[in-house]
Design a binder for this molecule. Structure first.
Ligand code: MG
Length: 256
């Protein structure tokens, strides 16, 4: 090899090494970007804020009201209203800390449709009634399809049954991840999931699952990672996504 070729080869190796040592991780705003002025968890404002700072995706939580209307909130009971037991009119009468009314999923998705650069991570909460939960899966999938959001929506859930329903009902190419931490990467692969979306504590207990997932072609999302040292650890382990309440901190560490 002549001198010019040697220099070119060395340069290529340096670039390759830099690429290999700079793993990319994508930022998912947990319940939207709510730790910022005028925002609140699971508000439409938090969705817009996640988009405005260039997050890869924004996560939000869905319950099915007693009269079978999907609404967006994290807590089973919020503002004194039990989401599964109250009609939608009662759920959406609750005022969020930023002054917005608790949104229906329809209103939330209508706002998301106007933010084409943002992926959506729809978490369906585990419902007390299995038939109600199954109906919630059907309605979520239908509402995403009606708005043409299939290509940029991922589904997550703690409910193993709902995960299997999403895998069966969501259109081909949809990505479904499991949250509950009690299935191995191989079990998730066999079930047809796209990957694991596990807590930081779970992944610290099972760091071998990062490599196992990768070997199986699965993706790994870790939640809810708010500390820079923990973010760095996830990145070093090869996490594909980090779900965080501190999206701008993560972006400063990892890029968008
Ligand atoms: Mg959630």
């Amino acid at each position: 090899m002549n001198k010019t070729a040697l220099i070119a080869a060395a340069a290529f190796m340096a670039v390759s090494a830099a690429a290999a040592s700079t793993p990319t991780v994508k930022t998912i705003a947990h319940r939207g970007y709510w730790k910022t002025e005028g925002s609140a968890q699971n508000s439409i404002r938090a969705l817009v804020k996640a988009d405005s700072v260039g997050c890869y995706a924004s996560e939000f939580d869905v319950w099915l009201s007693a009269d079978s209307v999907p609404v967006v909130n994290h807590d089973a009971t919020f503002g004194g209203v039990c989401m599964q037991k109250a009609p939608a009119a009662e759920c959406t009468s609750v005022t969020l800390p930023n002054g917005e009314k608790l949104p229906t999923l329809a209103a939330y998705l209508d706002s998301a449709a106007a933010l084409p650069g943002l992926r959506l991570v729809l978490e369906l909460k585990e419902h007390a009634d299995r038939a109600h939960e199954r109906l919630a899966v059907e309605l979520c999938v239908a509402m995403i399809r009606e708005r043409g959001l299939q290509q940029r929506t991922d589904y997550i859930t703690f409910s193993r049954a709902a995960m299997l329903d999403f895998i069966a009902l969501a259109p081909a190419g949809s990505r479904v991840y499991y949250l509950n931490g009690d299935m191995t990467p191989q079990e998730l692969k066999d079930a047809g999931a796209a990957g694991l979306d596990y807590s930081l504590r779970t992944m610290q207990r099972h760091p071998e699952w990062f490599g196992q997932a990768k070997a199986l072609g699965l993706e790994v999302n870790v939640w809810t990672v708010n500390d820079s040292a923990d973010m760095q650890w996830c990145i070093e382990q090869g996490a594909d996504y980090i779900t965080t309440n501190e999206p701008e901190l993560l972006q400063s560490i990892a890029g968008k």
